[in-house]
Design a protein around this ligand. Structure first.
Ligand code: DGT
Ligand code: CA
Ligand code: CA
Length: 364
């Protein structure tokens, strides 16, 4: 394979940034976007926080209560509920702009994409960084989104590079700078190496990528198996041949069915809902996916449509989670239901590869 030029683009503090775009007065305040659980008040977790809030220690996954504690001295701190549909709109509009600038466009998630731009910049890194700057400008102008871009000969290094300087970063790693760029980084900076792997290495006194290069392929294979061993060995040397694959988002899986009779009876509808959840769950499992959003759709007797959805705190592939959330949504939807329901649907979205596999093995 000839030398490629690959971009990794990642939107900065995405959900919180969307909130700032909607309400610019938030820009000077700490902002946390929260997934409130149904237990009320402050139970739930932080989806993400803007960089001002992060300075005080608020971050993704943290219980809302903890974040409030960290931000106690900031009376101006703002805690907002997730507005997933709105973030999706901003994401889609931004991805359209990005896509136009790629030879090959690979959608990874709402705030993330890889681009192969080799052809359009003639393999020239300085043209590539100019193109990246143009993409950043176009996003700022049209959707107001700020992002960080990593540029290198492959997906692995570009992914690391986009994370290197955030927010609003642009990091170019030309082939001759790969070693110099990687060596001082922590092994945790290699995508797929999580806390557990980091601890294992720490016991061997391996902390940086430079340290990691001391280990030969046999040692790594013995410890992690051949596939992951090879991935770690190659990653430490900046080697990654994975192509950028044309990929539009697999946005969702859904099941829909016409009821035996039109009805607005909860128990009757719930029974069908469970069957749909069952079928849907098989599809999810077959495709090795996790979901982070559950939605339902009611098509009413007059064929009008009613939908409801909710974001989960964490990605899951659990049947119980699916059913529990679908049931809750159904209850909410029926609370103010006047018309009978004719067709019923369940969907899951915000799909990701199943955990564990998503970590290391998906980076081949
Ligand atoms: P950064 O570091 O500037 O890229 O910040 P984010 O917030 O864009 O972080 P990233 O790229 O890891 O995640 C993209 C979006 O995904 C983020 O804005 C909110 C959502 N997200 C990330 N982590 C979590 C989490 O632990 N729970 C929930 N509910 N959502 C999350
Ligand atoms: Ca991001
Ligand atoms: Ca991301």
């Amino acid at each position: 394979m000839g030398e490629r030029i690959v971009f990794h683009i990642d939107f900065d503090y995405f959900f919180a940034q969307c909130e700032e775009i909607r309400s610019p007065e938030l820009r000077t305040k700490p902002v946390c976007v929260c997934v409130f659980s149904d237990r009320g008040s402050d139970s739930g977790a932080i989806a993400t926080a803007n960089y001002i809030a992060r300075k005080f220690g608020a971050k993704s996954g943290m219980p809302i209560m903890f974040a409030k504690k960290r931000l106690e001295e900031r009376k101006d701190a703002i805690f907002l509920p997730v507005d997933f549909d709105y973030y999706t709109n901003i994401s889609e509009a931004s991805m359209q702009i990005i896509k136009k600038n790629a030879d090959i466009f690979e959608y990874v998630g709402k705030d993330e994409a890889y681009l192969d731009v080799t052809k359009r910049v003639n393999g020239d890194f300085s043209k590539a960084s100019h193109l990246a700057q143009q993409i950043k400008n176009a996003l700022k102008e049209k959707t107001k989104v700020s992002c960080s871009i990593g540029i290198s000969p492959n997906k692995l290094i570009s992914k690391i590079a986009s994370d290197f300087k955030k927010p609003d970063g642009l990091t170019v790693v030309t082939p001759e700078k790969i070693e110099e760029f990687l060596e001082p980084l922590k092994i945790r900076d290699i995508p797929g190496i999580g806390k557990k792997t980091e601890e294992q290495f720490s016991k061997m006194d391996v902390k940086t990528i430079r340290d990691l290069k001391r280990l030969d392929i046999f040692t790594l294979n013995k410890k992690f198996g051949r596939k992951i061993g090879a991935y770690i060995f190659n990653s430490a040397r900046g080697i990654n041949n994975e192509p950028v694959k044309e990929h539009e988002p697999t946005i969702q899986f859904s099941k829909i069915a016409t009821l035996k009779r039109d009805s607005k009876d909860f128990t009757f509808l719930l029974e069908s809902m469970r069957e749909l959840c069952n079928e849907l769950h098989s599809t999810i499992v077959k495709n090795n996916k996790m979901f982070k959003s559950v939605g339902i759709q009611l098509i009413q007797s007059d064929l009008s449509n009613k939908t409801k959805s909710r974001m989960l705190r964490n990605p899951t592939n659990s049947y119980d989670e699916l059913e529990k959330n679908a049931e809750q949504l159904l209850k909410e939807a029926l609370a103010d239901q006047h018309m009978n329901v004719r067709r019923l649907g369940v969907k899951v979205s915000e799909l990701s590869e199943i955990a564990g596999q998503s970590s290391i093995t998906s980076y081949f």
